[in-house]
Design a protein around this ligand. Structure first.
Ligand SMILES: Nc1ccn([C@@H]2O[C@H](COP(=O)(O)OP(=O)(O)OP(=O)(O)O)[C@@H](O)[C@H]2O)c(=O)n1
Ligand SMILES: C[C@](O)(CO)[C@H](O)COP(=O)(O)O
Length: 212
């Protein structure tokens, strides 16, 4: 299956406290977070294009990191969802993967499982089962303890038929629905989204703790 990948990198990384976009943070490998996050997509010939969605003023800094011809740059929006949509408006392939630039530790086996399921279903995401007991808390009081067996942590990449994801984004934007991932956009529109086992190491770099 040929596909496009959108890598969203237009945030500011404010919760890391770095004072600059965490995409440029250097990992022990000596490479920046964004370089690691796009690594598998650059290697996979079925990935026909990597669309890095970034802030206009940072585009030149991203360009300094990459020589690959299949990378294109698109300007980001005010929210993650807007940034994804900007990328979606430019995809050339029938299937699209959306990946957080802030997830540098995606592994090849998870990606292979995701691609297989995408070809079969047209809508799926990587996720891992929750390990802790989760409490719903309202005004400092526990209002529910959901069955842990039903709870999974959503990761990226999340993969879809490109036309389906674009159409769902257009509906949710029109209805001003606030949704935190791409799967939720498709779920909101009443479509089935399949879950593929991810890897606990594919976590998102969000706060200063995650940098270590
Ligand atoms: N307007 C935005 C906001 C976020 N993102 C991207 O979405 C991913 C997940 O977002 P998050 O981890 O929250 O990153 P930031 O928004 O950069 O972090 P913070 O909220 O701490 O500022 C990141 O790769 C980020 O660059 C984006 O492309 N456009
Ligand atoms: C898409 C995501 O990474 C799935 O876990 C997550 O929802 C992004 O959330 P953020 O608040 O934009 O970091």
């Amino acid at each position: 299956m040929k596909y496009s990948t959108i890598v969203v990198a237009a945030g500011s990384g404010s919760r890391t406290g770095l004072g600059y976009n965490k995409m440029f943070y250097r990992l022990p490998s000596g490479r920046c977070i964004i370089e690691e996050s796009v690594r598998l997509f650059l290697r996979d010939d079925d990935c026909r294009e990597v669309i890095i969605v970034c802030r206009k003023e940072e585009q030149a800094d991203f360009q300094k990191l990459f020589a690959a011809k299949k990378i294109r740059y698109v300007s980001g929006g005010a929210t993650r969802g807007e940034s994804v949509y900007h990328g979606l408006c430019t995809v050339t392939q029938d299937h699209v993967l959306v990946h957080d630039g802030a997830r540098p530790y995606l592994d090849e086996e998870s990606l292979k499982r995701l691609l297989k399921k995408t070809a079969e279903t047209g809508a799926c995401l990587l996720a891992v089962p929750v390990k802790d007991t989760i409490k719903v808390v309202e005004n400092g009081l526990v209002s529910a303890t959901p069955k842990r067996e039903l709870l999974w942590c959503a990761q990226t990449p999340q993969a879809f038929s490109s036309a389906l994801l674009k159409q769902c984004y257009e509906k949710t934007m029109k209805e001003q629905a606030v949704l935190s991932d791409d799967a939720a956009v498709v779920e909101y529109c009443g479509h089935a989204v399949h879950v593929v086992m991810g890897n606990y190491e594919n976590s998102k770099v969000t706060t200063a703790d995650d940098l270590h």
